[in-house]
Write a protein that binds this ligand. Structure first.
Ligand code: AHR
Length: 559
């Protein structure tokens, strides 16, 4: 996306006002007068195919994600399919969730996958990686979230994926287990029926699988610079090579994802890639993705950098905290560019793509729906805006980003769903994922946005943030435009011009709320949900009013 200055926008508005869009009633002259913003979609300037996996998810054995969130058990009164929460499966199908990363996160590098196989009543009980986390609410009960029962293991997870229509992305333990156990996990999941491990797979408790799962995505560790082993990038490059050398494939196109950088740690990216190229440039053939993690929290307000106190609250925030959180999330664009540039210095043929396998907003504890939900938080309209601008960023970098996984799916950070026992609700972020579905598999095309910048005050100093941003993609004759207006109080009246095609008709969906703190609760599950709106299709351009703090989707039929 290119953001242009207001002066250039006004010049452009005159230049492109003729011969753009044929359509229904409405006058370009009138809409131009009212417009303060402009979006120009350049159909001929293709960026790349938007990988569906950009709309992926992440589920870790952390707090209420697995136990209470996904897994309720076969004997539960909560409607379930073989122990898996049916309402969740239905919602995942609704958004055609493409991929789910599991079992962590930091948990992955403490997990022995064999503990989660075999008859459930014989599986061992272990201390969960997060059992001692300082973030636990004082009244957190003991349970499988602290003392892992292993009732949800490989078969149960991959069954959840099958039910949801998703692919599994398994993250291996590099800190604690060896390459041998990694090979054996791949063998367990992918070897043909009738082989030794196939027999073991059939015997896995109440969710046997005779046929191989054919898991393609394998993460080689998680945050190997930190909880995943405290490696240097050079050490990790050696571990990565050892884990992925000559792995049995069983006819599956295995896609390895290396543990990439934390936020802007370009040394980690440079260290890994330079070491890999030193050994053999051809090794890049085997690396599908380079993981990147970036969370948004309010440390930038200058109050403190402390891990706890530096985080804002999910429900109580002022304008500065709102805009600063969006600004932090919006770093995603520069992070993608930074890491991508370094990767290209070594991987000249561009075989490795970026996989942003953890992203989202992270607040301090206190808004979780149940004390067993470690790192659980409510999700407001602010989080929907954050999700919209992040997904748009990924779309705009469709040539670089092969997968992304929102952290985390349910009862945790930036969740699409909140659940406790038989209660289940979709957050505003779920609605953003659903609204963005038409982008999946589409061809991203360049869009140029021009809008007055947001002015606000940060730590007593004036600050600015962009006025409108978004992404556009084409699938056949359908053009999808998604747009975020971050302004807390001002709508943006935009003129939308399409270069290289004509619009026949258009319809919009808008997600917004009278108050940006609005969120969905068990008592009021439909407080925030999208509504349909008319789009004015004028002879020269479309026009649309983007409400304050909103995420909008326009679907435009091209003729
Ligand atoms: O998503 C929570 C944690 O954040 C993950 O376990 C870890 O990978 C990251 O630091």
């Amino acid at each position: 996306m290119i953001k242009v200055k207001r002066r250039d926008f006004l010049r452009g508005a005159v230049a492109v006002s003729a011969g753009l869009v044929a359509g229904r009633a409405g006058s370009l002259a009138q809409s131009s007068k009212a417009a303060d913003s402009r979006v120009e979609i350049l159909i001929g300037e293709e960026i790349g195919t938007i990988n569906r996996d950009i709309y992926g998810h992440f589920a870790e054995h952390l707090g209420g994600v697995v136990y209470d969130g996904i897994w309720v058990g076969e004997n539960s009164k909560v409607p379930n399919t073989g122990g898996i929460r049916t309402a969740l499966v239905d919602a995942m199908k609704r958004i055609k969730a493409p991929v789910i990363r599991w079992p962590g996160g930091c948990f992955a590098d403490s997990y022995d996958w064999r503990d989660g196989t075999g008859p459930r009543d014989r599986r061992p009980r272990r201390t969960n990686f997060w059992a001692d986390a300082p973030e636990w609410p004082k009244n957190a009960p003991d349970g499988p979230w602290k003392f892992e029962t292993n009732h949800f293991g490989t078969n149960e997870f991959l069954r959840f994926c099958q039910l949801s229509g998703s692919e599994g992305y398994l993250a291996a333990n590099v800190r604690g287990l060896g390459a041998q156990q990694f090979y054996e996990w791949i063998e367990y999941c992918n070897s043909p029926a009738g082989s030794t491990s196939g027999a073991e797979r059939r015997g896995s408790g109440e969710t046997p699988s005779r046929d191989p799962f054919r898991v393609r995505f394998w993460g080689v560790g998680n945050e190997s610079w930190g909880c995943g082993g405290n490696f240097t990038p050079e050490e990790y490059a050696a571990e990565y090579r050892r884990f992925t050398a000559a792995v049995p494939r069983y006819g599956v196109d295995l896609k390895f994802i290396a543990s990439g950088a934390n936020v802007d740690d370009t040394n980690w990216t440079r260290g890994f890639f330079s070491k890999t190229v030193e050994k053999n440039r051809g090794l890049f053939n085997g690396i599908y993705g380079w993981g990147l993690h970036h969370y948004a929290w309010n440390v930038s307000l200058g109050k403190t950098n402390d891990w706890f106190a530096g985080k804002g609250d999910a429900l109580t925030f002022d304008a500065a905290q709102y805009y600063e959180l969006l600004r932090e999330a919006d770093r995603m664009e520069s992070l993608i560019n930074q890491h991508w540039t370094i990767m290209g210095e070594y991987d000249r043929q561009r075989r490795v793509r970026l996989v942003v396998d953890e992203w989202g907003a992270w607040y301090k504890p206190g808004s979780e729906v149940h004390p067993s939900h470690l790192l659980g938080q409510q999700s407001t309209m602010r989080d929907a805006v954050l999700a919209g601008l992040t997904l748009d960023t990924f779309n705009r970098h469709a040539d670089k980003v092969a997968m992304a996984n929102c952290a985390q799916l349910i009862n945790c950070l930036h969740s699409l769903f909140l659940a406790h026992e038989d209660k289940f609700v979709m957050t505003p972020t779920f609605h953003v994922f659903e609204m963005f579905m038409p982008h999946m598999g589409g061809t991203a095309v360049r869009a140029v946005f021009s809008a007055p910048e947001v002015q606000y005050t940060r730590a007593d100093k004036p600050a600015e943030f962009w006025g409108l941003a978004g992404s556009a993609s084409v699938s056949g004759k359908q053009l999808t435009l998604t747009v975020t207006n971050p302004h807390l109080s001002e709508p943006r009246e935009a003129e939308i011009a399409i270069r290289g095609a004509r619009a026949g008709s258009a319809q919009a969906q808008v997600l917004t709320a009278a108050d940006v703190h609005a969120h969905n609760t068990f008592e009021n599950p439909r407080g925030v949900e999208p509504r349909s709106e008319q789009v004015a299709v004028n002879p020269g351009a479309l026009s649309f009013r983007f409400p304050p703090a909103s995420v909008s989707r326009l679907q435009i039929a091209l003729v």
